[in-house]
Design a protein around this ligand. Structure first.
Ligand code: SF4
Length: 468
């Protein structure tokens, strides 16, 4: 029987079916960080349990690290305590930790792929919602909560509900000025923030086939924002080329054998899906969120919704979002003044994202009223960008060039919005208070659009921006 990748990987990792209908899955790689693990390690300690497979567990520090001054001890006592706890837990359990002195520290979903830890056909778990990022490699990757982190530390297994698979084919070619971020925002807008509940999303079609691994990661990263439990792309030559030579990827003959197996776990032609959706890539335009969830978005040349015009089920949410954002129904989103521009996060802080943003910024200057910052996704990305001189491009344009971390994606460090500030952001969530101020407002968009907004001081259409 032809199978999907999800089915093949699921079957290969099934330990047993549980009486409640769940599957006990073996987890090939457990990625841990400082925020969701201290209690999990404490729970283990309280029961006298040890970490079952420390060699399958890898740690980094990302959420709470300051990005301006990373000297220890951190100014924030709680952040310092969290990092100290992670260091102690990793030391005691024999877990490899990529800390600030490692040269490989960064956002957990950036360093996993970058180091070649993330590989096709794996099951991957991490205590962060955006673990779906690793699906770009044809891994089946789940974000988990603290009690599940404990379970995986103790048993290397996870009890999971079976998932349906929706294949989302993005066909044709993307127009100029349209990026992977616009594609995933389009998918979420069309299918809804709850549309993926109970599903894994399999991304396919010519647009996805042509994408780089960085772009595929951007798409898979935001699967969770569409309600999907996981998202993946079938492994192909692009996947293998990316992994070849990475530190923890197989090498020599082992790599060739692995590559053959990786390609074999792709969904078979003729595999059946629980649902299929096709989107014409040529129809997508640069997209900006206007509301308080990632599904509340529009094309940059569209007007804000009028509550009475939207379907009755969305009316209350539309009114609430417009009120929180302080937007007038029917106004254009283009021209919205921004106070902060943030290029960062596990969605869009890889080298190709920084290159694209730098291409927009080069030779221009940030608008006087805008605070603009670039936070590379990892120390590796930062170093590679500096080798290309991208840091100078950003700094000369008036951006701040920071150390690697999650930064203003979640604002668990000193990088935060203040008051009602509006932030053009390359991150993945625009929930109320997400960027550190309860009343702060987030507009999600591609890194190129964030760069253009930083220069113009307002939301602009990247397609015509260079003509001014
Ligand atoms: S960048 Fe944001 S979404 Fe990604 S791991 Fe950090 S806090 Fe989570």
């Amino acid at each position: 029987m032809p199978s999907t990748l999800l089915q093949k990987v699921w079957d290969a990792h099934t330990v047993r079916r549980l009486p409640n209908g769940q599957t006990q899955l073996f987890v090939g790689l457990h990625l841990v960080h400082e925020v969701t693990t201290p209690q999990a390690f404490d729970m283990l300690r309280a029961r006298g349990w040890r970490v079952r497979f420390p060699e399958r567990t890898v740690a980094t520090v990302d959420h709470i690290v300051p990005t301006r001054d990373q000297r220890r001890p951190f100014g924030d006592v709680m952040a310092e305590d969290m990092l100290s706890a992670l260091e102690r837990n990793c030391r005691e359990a024999g877990i490899r930790l990529f800390d600030l002195s490692s040269g490989s520290q960064g956002i957990v979903h950036v360093i996993g792929p970058e180091l070649g830890l993330t590989q096709p056909g794996m099951t991957i778990a991490c205590g962060d919602s955006h673990t779906s990022t690793h699906g770009a490699f044809g891994a089946v990757a789940f974000g988990i909560g603290t009690s599940q982190v404990r379970d995986v530390l103790a048993s290397q297994c996870l009890a999971m509900e079976p998932l349906k698979v929706r294949r989302i084919r993005v066909t044709g070619r993307l127009p100029n000025g349209v990026f992977a971020k616009d594609v995933i925002l389009e998918i979420i807008r069309r299918l809804g923030v709850q549309g993926g509940v109970g599903y894994a999303y399999e991304y396919a079609g010519e647009v996805v086939d042509r994408m780089s691994m960085d772009e595929r990661m951007t798409i898979c990263n935001m699967s969770i924002e569409g309600g999907a439990r996981a998202g993946y792309v079938n492994p192909d030559s692009t996947t293998c080329d990316y992994l070849c030579g990475r530190k923890f990827a197989p090498s020599g003959d082992a790599f060739d054998r692995a590559a053959t197996w990786w390609k074999s776990i792709a969904s078979d032609p003729g595999a059946s899906y629980d649902d299929e959706v096709t989107i014409d890539g040529a129809s997508i335009r640069p997209t900006v969120t206007w509301g308080i969830n990632p599904g509340q978005s529009l094309y940059v040349d569209e007007r804000l919704p009028v509550a009475s015009d939207v379907d009755p089920g969305s009316r209350v949410a539309t009114e609430e979002a417009l009120e929180f954002m302080g937007f007038r129904p029917g106004d254009r989103i283009a021209g919205t003044r921004v106070d902060v521009a943030f290029i960062g996060s596990c969605t869009n802080a890889r080298l190709s994202d920084l290159r694209e943003a730098a291409r927009v910024v080069r030779g221009h200057h940030v608008a006087p009223h805008v605070k603009a910052l670039v936070v590379p996704g990892s120390q590796g990305v930062r170093l590679a960008a500096e080798r290309e001189g991208l840091d100078r491009v950003f700094v000369e344009a008036g951006f701040e060039w920071r150390g690697a971390g999650c930064s203003m994606c979640l604002a668990m460090n000193p990088d935060r919005l203040e008051g009602r500030q509006v932030c053009a952001s390359s991150s993945n969530r625009n929930f109320k208070g997400r960027q550190g101020s309860p009343t702060g407002r987030t507009l999600l968009m591609s890194p190129a659009m964030v760069a253009a907004a930083a220069l113009a001081g307002e939301v602009v259409d990247i397609r015509s921006f260079g003509e001014h």
